[in-house]
Design a protein. Sequence first.
Lengths: 276, 258
Amino acid sequence: MQASETLVDMRGVRLAFGRRNVTVAVENLDLAVRKDEFVAVVGPSGCGKSTLMKLMTGLVMPNAGTIAVNGQTVTGPLSFVGMAFQNPTLLPWRRTLANVMLPLEIVEPHRRRFRRERAAYAEQARALLKTVGLGGFADKYPWQLSGGMQQRASLCRALIHGPSLLMLDEPFGALDAFTREELWDVLQAIRARRAFTTVLVTHDLREAVYLADTVHVMSARPGRIIASYTVPFRRPRTLKSTFEPAFADLVQRIRDDIHTEREADAVAVGDDEGAA
Amino acid sequence: MRTEIIERAMPWIAVVLLFVVWEIACTVFAVPEFILPKPSQVARVLVTSAGPIWFHARETLITTLIGFGVSIGVGVLLGVAVGSSRLAYRSFYPMLVGFNSVPKVAIVPVLVVWFGIGFLPAVITAFLMSFFPIAVNVATGLATVEPELEDVLRSLGAKKRDFILKVGLPRAMPYFFASLKVAVTLAFVGSVISESIASEKGIGTMMVQASADFRIPLVFAGLLVTAAMGIGMYAIFAAIERRMTGWATRRMDLEGMD
Ligand SMILES: Nc1ncnc2c1ncn2[C@@H]1O[C@H](COP(=O)(O)OP(=O)(O)O)[C@@H](O)[C@H]1O
Ligand SMILES: [Mg+2]
């Protein structure tokens, strides 16, 4: 892998929380993300996936190891990032359109132009809403949208300022299966139009394989990467392709990895959670 | 529709009921006027002494509103300062609570020493009584922003100021307006306390003089007028609250608003 095309490079990263740092969230974490790559990170809950996201975007600083983005060591929050979470976190006092436009009021160079070019930006936001199927909902308040629609709006908010790095922390986790699969394709379509690096944290293995170029498996806490899989399937992927043997096979291999990991963890901790 | 009308009428019915029971009780038990006057006697005084009552009530209203205005300003600034920084929250919150626990009656004499008798101590007491709920509510609204939303903003490179203006303050608005209703009634308590201790004008002064002269119906008239002003102000700020923070109660009639 050439250094020039590496966007994120994490080496030997460690972060601990709590009084006297008793909770080690991640340790010996090595992870590289190429520019425009779609990376999925899967692992048991509580293994440090969200922590990994925060580390990567400079929201928290590691206790040890180095994190470089674009070849530069991360020393604070990066400003070219879009983020979406399981909870859509829309602002309830803003209509959908204004919610989506929030980043433009904050991120340079849009911030400087925002007052003057408000109409143009609004047009841009409406167009983006249309691509996720929310064309008719720009003037609704968040509580007037369903959970799936709110998540679409949240996705738009994460993308409106054209971030070169999109961070998704279990964004579809709270949705029903149909809505979730619909949103997979929405995301896939957006990425087909414009390239940007994406890091998706999920515990849905089918989702990871369906969307990602590379799937990284994390160990139980303290989290580190224990296996990485390249997903060979051509794009655009379709829901039909998820029923092909090769797809199911890859999902199964990742599942086995996680099970082994959970069992090892259960033995180590002395409970039988791994058998579940 | 019918139940809605009944619901709207209920507060008035309850008040009328209170007065009726009061009137009957005073008559049946032959309670002397200087112990507990009948509502009808109080009403008569309200009419016959309307001039002086209005004069004093106006003074109290102005004093209260000025003190309340100051406490809105100070309360919001203090709330923002305390709510937007963990360090400030930790440092000043206990002090605020301690300060709020001091009986304001005890402060009035000190204020008189500093500012003389009359208008200023009353304004300051009204302010001291009412800024606390405003500050606490604004601080709460700011301090309870979801951590994930904070992450979204920080990852956009938001400055502290963006955070306060775009998320903290709008989010604190329902708390703020809810606190205004309560705070304005406390402001009345403050100004009346101060007037009754050291002033030449105001409902508080009027009531103290009236009770010294054994004009108990006038004392009760003063109480009623103060209560009425409190209710009026409460209603005004409740209406403003509904108007300003419909999003928090998910009102559909915001639909056509901008
Ligand atoms: N701010 C924090 N303070 C203390 N402990 C934390 C904090 N954030 C996360 N942790 C702990 O770190 C571990 C990893 O958390 P997280 O990264 O959220 O896991 P995941 O997203 O994989 O479920 C968990 O044990 C969690 O309790
Ligand atoms: Mg998580």
